[in-house]
Ligand binder design. Structure first.
Ligand SMILES: [Fe+2]
Ligand SMILES: [Fe+2]
Length: 165
């Protein structure tokens, strides 16, 4: 998975990871760090296997590794992190040798990862990947054990309230 290592070691990836860490140093809520990205990647992979979606591991990990990198721009300029993240992903994926269609699918998943995608089972593969990210992103959060739950802005229907996930 050479291209995934290229993503991780990309100078823009590294600088944004550090920036987000600095912004979130006193954040009481969920963090947007490498642990979250890898939890999301692994849960996406499990769902992909359980539901026989057939995505390659590289596509899944690339999507999860990049999905919240727009957080730094959100903290700096109050713009939505999914749209900022899409632009960042475009640049990094292009630099790491991803093909046009792969970039299109990953960027679509990143730009729509905060809203559920309707009509499960009838989507195009591109929408299936986006829906995997949407679900894994939520499942990765341990809302049932969160000390800051009472102040969290997430509506109850988005929260992961069961350990079974
Ligand atoms: Fe996010
Ligand atoms: Fe996330």
């Amino acid at each position: 998975m050479e291209r995934l290592d290229q993503i991780f070691h990309h100078p823009l990836y590294q600088s944004l990871l550090r920036k987000i860490e600095e912004y979130e140093v006193h954040r009481p809520f969920c963090l947007h760090d490498l642990n979250h990205f890898l939890d999301t990647a692994r849960i996406m992979w499990i769902l992909n296997l359980e539901e026989k979606k057939g995505f390659e591991k590289e596509m899944i990990y690339a999507t999860a590794l990049l999905h919240d990198l727009g957080r730094a721009a959100q903290y700096e300029h109050e713009i939505s992190h999914e749209l900022a993240g899409k632009e960042i992903a475009l640049k990094i994926l292009g630099d790491c040798g991803f093909l046009e269609e792969e970039i299109d699918w990953i960027c679509y998943a990143i730009s729509s990862h905060r809203k559920p995608i309707e009509g499960e089972g009838t989507e195009s593969p591109k929408e299936e990947l986006a829906f995997l990210l949407y679900r894994a992103d939520k499942i990765s959060r341990k809302c049932y054990a969160c000390k800051a739950a009472k102040d969290c802005y997430w509506p109850m229907e988005k929260r992961n309230l069961t350990i079974e996930n």
